[in-house]
Design a protein around this ligand. Sequence first.
Ligand code: SIN
Length: 278
Amino acid sequence: MPVTGLTIEPLGQRVGAEITGLDRERVESDPSVAGACMDALEQFGVLVLRGMGLDDSAQVRFCRRLGRPEARSTRAVPEIAHISLDPDRSPIAGYLQGTFDWHIDGTCDDVPAKATVLTAHAVAEQGGETEFAGTYAAYDALGPEEQERLARLRVVHTFEASQRRYVPDPTPEQMADWRTRKPMEHPLVWRHRSGRRSLVLGATADHVVGLEPEASRTLLDDLLERATSVDQVYRHTWSVGDTVIWDNCGVLHRALPYRADSAREMHRTTLLGDEPIQ
Ligand code: SIN
């Protein structure tokens, strides 16, 4: 339903829209805003809210209107994860190089995240943009024969697969740590409750069940390459205060690399999902 004074302008050819007419006060006081954002998220996959300047508590209050924020950060606000490559600023810094590859959050959980809300507190001098590509669009772009063939395949996802690309010779401790996250097997084609279908791809996709390793890698790499070709991608160049929300069930994302000593710091809230990949 249209909301007075709020406009939604598509950004990319396939994914992404900018919302204007919102400010920090309005996201907290106008009860119609959250519903409008969630409807737009289903349609556009990624929403850009420039210059909102949300502090942590305002971000959490907004997220509570959008859904159920996960609360597992060990920092002062449990719903806010600090994203920085500096271990003094982020307890998860050691895993974050994995965000430089295309991925979907929560493919190694029983139920993946519904959506992610990210606010820029400091930006990188070079790099550090975030890119998004739609996985509904990736499925829709396939021909009927390929859609039918891929719908029969299942893929094993592991946290280890996403980390090994940056740590090819892990220590036994690193291996043991990665393997505390159990492998998950998912269909390659996700049949959503809404009736839409999407491809489940990205850095955690370790292998296709029943295929030889080389054929499996070739297929996964080819599908990812097609899903993330330049014309499918929205790239967000951050300014401090921007908030971006993405539909984690229908979008792949990645950060473009930035220096380990970069000032870049993002505050992330994950909205819990309620739909397993099936
Ligand atoms: C993430 O993958 O959740 C973080 C993305 C980013 O740092 O841009």
